[in-house]
Design a binder for this molecule. Structure first.
Ligand SMILES: O=P(O)(O)OC[C@H]1O[C@H](O[C@H]2O[C@H](CO)[C@@H](O)[C@H](O)[C@H]2O)[C@H](O)[C@@H](O)[C@@H]1O
Ligand code: UDP
Length: 944
């Protein structure tokens, strides 16, 4: 039956109908039928989300300026314009935070912003008590506060600790009220008692996690004490995280996005998800995430990683940190790292880099304020005739303040002519003053500054001005604007916003930024800054000289580069990108979640089979038609000679089925041709080896269905890695196939095999396959590397065409049974024939296309294949010579044949896709083991 593309577009509600009458988006649920609803790629989703944000911002801006009557014309007219939401699943997510009218047709972004619960250790303010129920609120200092205060497009509530112990109820109530009322962003306090703060914040967070994440290692002097108190500190950490979770749960409303911040709250995603698995949870780390070798040192390494992975989206400032995290998950937890994130039993946690920025406009505008101008005037007078270098840091060992000062000393030492002409202003904001390491640092810095000022100072001037306090915003802006060089020498720093702020304020002076290569900011501002290794005082000293002498045109160029970056990568952009990505991640997770399918109703499958006239049975081989690996593994000591063998109890039913004139049997396997030959040569069936790249009817020769330009250049280097691991893993083996390499350890010690597999993956990802277009397919006890184009689902189209052509089929196929122990990568094969549902879309978002229509869509694909193959001769033992275009049209053309009937006439209840011995799958049904396959095939054979 043929059908026009217009008829196919029958849609469930007018909302979608309106959208789909417009030009379709490329790509869709039924493989590119241009008028069908599209499942957009992640990029498309993100771009649309971005459009929405822009639109929403524009509305907010316009709303302020326009009279209400004119505002309507800015609403998106979804009935006539572009397809913003032609996918219901996206609508579902977005509508959770933005309102639809009664018909669900028009989105009005003006009515509500998405609710965002920011959860961070600290609120943006610290509270100071002035009486039983009176509180004074002071801004906290730090990059996290700066970044998050720049975020304005959400309806934000900030949940955190107010930096003070409030044991009494009156005080707690009064503080909660003050925080709720007095601030721009509503703040909700978490109350932590002194002991918890001591163990959790001073102890576990700042004495253990902080130094470790910054590569400083665990505290040296009191190492034993730290080791002893480790467990109690970790317990306090978990307890504190639970307290944060309790407050979140109290304030959470359905649809809210919960964004957890930083190393203080690594346990929080798990606490939240345990209580409500539907909550949208993101976690962002503001510090570096260190190499897995460092993370391995933590006694609580496993628990922390697992808890973070409970989040839907995990973000870092740089790709390096993200890569370290994924590598810790693969090496320490043995999980699979994919380009998208980390996968654990079908659950994917998305991992990505989101470099933070600042609210640059706020800084640029501030420079015009009279109070800032006044400060600037005073500073200019005070340091007239001298170049001024600036350092602004919390007084933290990671900031490299002693190293910076020593480098400055070296510069003065080596450049006597500069001694009275340059001054270093160092703002060192006291921080974590209860932690002994920080107290030591303060004295150390004071001691060095005193010594150098004594050495190079005079009665009237000193070379270093050191301030142990914070400045207010206006003073800081003035300093940023008037100084000649900023010196950032962090030994490690998640990002370092001071460097961004300096650049934002230097539009007129075009000062030079000297920046540590160990700050995250080096990856974004490296082009304009002078990058230095802060440990190398000689290098820093000579960079100071270079900066002070830099000609104006070079300064201008460098500054321009960085300024452009700072104004276009803002805190607002950072937050909206993270939140959109989180929304999209959740939609994708819904789409991706593979279900645990119900058991195959064998009786029904047999019954339908007995009524059919032209059946296609697609059977996997390994673990489907062979005995379970575990049993064999234990029995067989000569593993190197072992090859998978057809179960003896399957021989008879299989022969009967193959000999039935109304049945076509196809064995579709990853195995090499010789393995299939050895097992099936004397059956009358079709064999597809190497994931369908080779095909043969047992009465004929092998032919290849491989795409022409399949590059195999990677094989040798992967082979080296496999050989290395085979040598070092007793009883493991590797097999070189024509289109893939597979290393398996099914006969090795399970634990050791897994450990080795993790290492092997590391070697592969960082070496031979890092740039190749390859897939690493992890089986239960194997690792396979193959080109991305090699999949069973990609091959089935071509195979079906050949079978139909070769058999000269006149009657349409009216029954398909597709069973196998297929890996995730190959699972699309189940949905290839799916007459009822498009691939990978959960029931709630599937468009309701009538069965008749769907059947014809599938039918048109096979019918097209038949046509293609009848006009182009398929030469045996040769490539099909399918060029890119032909392949494309074979797979994607949706127009059914005018001239002939379809080769598929499949009703929904005549299609049985069934996974074998896999828990989660996209198949409709499952069988527990190959024992059940035996039962099934016997029953089928008996009913012919
Ligand atoms: O609250 P404190 O313990 O006094 O510490 C202040 C904050 O320091 C850290 O900031 C980090 O975040 C910045 C923005 O992402 C980044 O630029 C910087 O490199 C980081 O060090 C810490 O991560 C925050 O939690 C603290 O609040
Ligand atoms: O006296 C001061 C010194 C610093 N800061 C702010 O503290 C933040 C420091 O952030 P950064 O990312 O550089 O480092 P962090 O302290 O978060 O590690 C910046 O936004 C500064 O503007 C401040 O408000 N007052």
């Amino acid at each position: 039956m043929s059908i026009s593309s217009q008829e196919i577009c029958i849609l469930p509600n007018k909302n979608n109908l309106a959208l789909l009458q417009t030009n379709g988006m490329p790509g869709n649920l039924f493989n590119n039928c241009s008028n069908l609803p599209a499942t957009p790629t992640r990029l498309e989703r993100l771009l649309r989300e971005r459009e929405l944000r822009k639109y929403s911002k524009c509305l907010n801006d316009c709303e302020a300026e326009l009279p209400s009557s004119t505002q309507d014309c800015f609403s998106p007219d979804l009935e006539t314009s572009t397809c913003w939401f032609n996918d219901e699943e996206l609508l579902e997510t977005v509508s959770a935070s933005r309102s639809l009218n009664d018909d669900g047709e028009r989105l009005d972004f003006r009515t509500s912003k998405q609710r965002l619960l920011v959860v961070a250790n600290r609120l943006p303010v610290s509270a100071v008590r002035h009486g039983e129920d009176s509180w004074q609120l002071e801004m906290s200092v730090g990059g996290l506060v700066t970044a998050l205060l720049g975020v304005k497009e959400f309806d934000t509530r900030w949940i955190g600790w107010a930096g003070v112990n409030v044991p009494d109820e009156i005080g707690q109530k009064a503080l909660a009220k003050a925080l709720d009322e007095k601030l721009m962003q509503r703040c909700i306090p978490v109350f932590l008692d002194e002991e918890v703060v001591h163990q959790y914040y001073n102890g576990y967070c700042n004495n253990i996690l902080w130094p470790l994440f910054h590569y400083i290692g665990l505290p040296q002097e009191d190492r034993l004490a730290t080791t002893r108190s480790f467990q109690s500190q970790f317990d306090a950490y978990k307890k504190a995280n639970q307290l944060f979770a309790d407050v979140v749960n109290e304030h959470y409303e359905e649809g809210d996005v919960v964004w957890c911040h930083d190393y203080h709250l690594m346990f929080l995603p798990k606490c939240l998800k345990e209580r409500n698995s539907k909550m949208k949870v993101g976690w962002f780390l503001h510090t570096p995430f260190p190499s897995s070798e460092i993370h391995r040192m933590l006694p609580s390494r496993l628990e922390l990683l697992r808890s973070v992975l409970a989040a839907d989206l995990v973000g870092f400032h740089t790709y390096d940190y993200a890569r370290h995290f994924v590598s810790a998950c693969t090496r320490i937890l043995g999980l699979e790292g994919t380009p998208e994130g980390v996968e654990d039993q079908g659950k994917l946690t998305r991992i990505a880099a989101f470099p933070v920025g600042i609210d640059s406009e706020r800084f640029i505008k501030a420079l015009e304020l009279p109070e800032v101008q006044d400060h600037m005037k005073v500073l200019k007078q005070r340091f007239a005739g001298r170049k001024v270098m600036l350092g602004v840091d919390r007084l933290d060992m990671i900031k490299g303040i002693p190293q910076k000062i020593l480098a400055f000393e070296k510069f003065l030492e080596e450049n006597p002519n500069w001694r009275n002409k340059v001054v270093l202003l160092q703002i060192a904001v006291p921080t974590r003053t209860d932690v002994p390491e920080y107290q030591k640092l303060t004295s150390q810095v004071h001691e060095i500054v005193g010594r150098i000022n004594g050495r190079f100072g005079s009665l009237t001037a000193v070379p270093i001005h050191h301030l142990d306090r914070s400045l207010d915003f206006h003073e800081l802006c003035a300093l940023y604007a008037v100084t000649d060089v900023a010196l950032v020498t962090s030994l490690r720093d998640g990002m370092n916003l001071v460097s961004y702020e300096y650049v934002a304020c230097q539009e007129s002076k075009k000062g030079v930024l000297i920046l540590s290569e160990f700050a995250g900011a080096a990856q974004s501002l490296g082009a304009g800054a002078i990058l230095v290794n802060p440990w190398n005082v000689t290098e820093v000293a000579s960079s100071i000289g270079y900066a002070l002498n830099m000609p104006a045109d070079e300064r201008e160029k460098r500054h321009h580069h960085n300024f452009k970056h700072v104004i276009s990568h803002t805190a607002q952009e950072w937050a909206s990108t993270f939140v959109s990505e989180l929304n999209v991640t959740i939609v994708e997770a819904q789409l991706r979640t593979r279900q645990i399918p119900p058991p195959l109703p064998i009786e029904v499958a047999v019954d339908r089979y007995s009524c059919s006239n032209n059946c296609l049975l697609i059977l996997g081989f390994n673990a489907t038609l062979t005995e379970p690996v575990d049993t064999l593994g234990r029995k067989d000591s000569q593993i190197n000679e072992w090859q998978p063998k057809l179960r003896p109890d399957l021989r008879e039913p299989l022969r009967k089925l193959c000999d039935d004139p109304k049945t076509t049997v196809l064995v579709l396997s990853g195995s090499a041709r010789n393995v299939l030959d050895d097992n099936f040569s004397d059956y009358n069936l079709w064999l597809a080896a190497e994931n369908g790249m080779f095909l043969r009817v047992t009465t004929g020769d092998w032919m290849t269905t491989m795409p022409e330009n399949l590059s195999m250049e990677w094989v040798d280097s992967v082979k080296n890695v496999f050989e290395y691991f085979t040598d070092r893993t007793p009883r493991s083996q590797f097999e070189v196939r024509e289109t893939s390499l597979i290393w398996n350890y099914k006969y090795s010690d399970v634990e050791f095999g897994r450990l080795q597999a993790r290492d092997l993956l590391q070697h592969l990802w960082t070496g031979p396959i890092s740039n190749a277009s390859l897939d690493v397919v992890q089986g239960r006890r194997s690792v396979e590397v193959r080109s991305v184009a090699v999949t069973k689902s990609a091959a089935i189209d071509r195979i079906l065409g050949e079978i139909v052509h070769n058999k000269g089929m006149k009657e349409p196929i009216d029954y398909v049974l597709c069973i196998g122990h297929f890996l995730t990568k190959d699972e699309d094969i189940y949905t290839f024939f799916e007459p009822e549902l498009p691939s990978e879309v959960p029931a709630s978002v599937r468009p309701q296309v009538p069965t008749q229509v769907r059947t014809s869509i599938v039918g048109s694909r096979a019918a097209l294949l038949m046509k293609q193959n009848s006009t182009s001769a398929v030469e045996q033992n040769k490539s099909y010579a399918i060029d890119g275009d032909t392949l494309h049209s074979m797979v994607t053309d949706r127009i059914s044949l005018q001239e002939g009937s379809s080769v598929l006439d499949l009703q929904a209840n005549d299609y049985f896709s069934c996974s074998v011995a896999r828990k989660r799958s996209n198949s409709r049904y499952r069988l527990q083991s190959s024992d059940e396959v035996v039962t099934l095939l016997r029953e089928l054979a008996d009913h012919r």
